[in-house]
Design a protein around this ligand. Structure first.
Ligand code: ADP
Ligand code: MG
Ligand code: MG
Length: 254
């Protein structure tokens, strides 16, 4: 489903390599986690996959369901089924959540050759999804993310994910800001949306999120590369011993 091969990325503005040959294959229905010390390039990987400006791919490829992601505009990537839950969700004053979501969904439907949803039909979809996820639909009347608490932003992300029905969801979770309640929200949401036709890449600094979202594969990233991959046990080892031994083993200075 998602196949990343030998991905090298540098900053556009300066000659600084950030990703130095990332290989990652995620099959349909699988949940993969990436852990790693701060500054490893985890967020950069998610930004590059979603098409954010400022990064230059110097080598390698990233293919989703046969589509060359790196060759597409961010909207085309979304239409191809990629979803990135933002680490710092943007506030969009004046734009209601409903309008934002309907625009996003209809852009995606259009790109897929599907008919756009009327406001009424969209409302039905939203109500059903919000109810299933136990999210207060009143939140949707407010402008996107403006004045949202941390928990509300998380709820909103999960709702966006449910409505857009992506094939591949990338969640980049900061270590800070994810308190126990927010962690519950994220993990319950991901677990509710797990499906044989949907995959997840969960980026996290701490193992505890993975107590609730049971990943199929855990990858450890450092210095722009994936050092090791394994089962959920790998996350427990890292939680217990830290990254120092792993870094040393791979000849990376802390
Ligand atoms: P992580 O998410 O693993 O903490 P990041 O992807 O945020 O790592 O960053 C990887 C490295 O690239 C860090 O050294 C960071 O400072 C640098 N970096 C990433 N994006 C930029 C940018 N836009 N400008 C300058 N440095 C950047
Ligand atoms: Mg960081
Ligand atoms: Mg990060």
């Amino acid at each position: 489903m998602l196949e990343i091969k030998n991905l090298h990325v540098k900053l556009e503005e300066e000659d600084k390599a950030i990703l130095k040959g990332v290989d990652l294959t995620i099959g349909s229905g699988e949940v993969h986690a990436i852990m790693g010390p701060n500054g490893s390039g985890k967020s950069t990987l998610s930004y590059v996959l979603s098409g954010r400006d400022g990064y230059e791919v110097t080598e390698g490829s990233a293919v989703l369901d046969g589509h060359d992601l790196l060759d597409m505009e961010p909207e085309e990537r979304a239409a191809a089924g990629l979803f990135l839950a933002f680490q710092y969700p943007v506030e969009i004053p004046g734009v209601g959540n409903m309008t934002f979501l309907r625009t996003a969904l209809n852009a995606q439907r259009k790109a897929r050759g599907q008919e756009e949803l009327s406001a009424g039909d969209f409302l039905k979809v939203v109500r059903a999804k919000a109810k299933a996820l136990k999210i207060d639909a009143d939140m949707l009347k407010r402008p996107v993310n403006v004045g949202f608490s941390g928990g509300e932003k998380k709820r909103n992300e999960i709702l966006q994910m449910a409505i857009l029905e992506p094939r591949m969801c990338i969640l980049d979770e900061t270590d800070s800001g994810l308190d126990v309640d927010a962690m519950r929200l994220v993990s319950d949401g991901v677990n509710a949306l797990r499906d044989a036709n949907r995959s997840f890449l969960v980026i996290t600094h701490y193992q505890r999120l993975l107590d609730h979202i049971k990943p199929d594969v855990v990858h450890i990233m450092a210095d722009g590369r994936i050092l090791e991959s394994g089962g959920p046990d790998l996350a427990l080892v890292v939680e217990k011993n830290g990254y120092a031994d792993l870094l040393k083993k791979h000849g990376i200075a802390e």
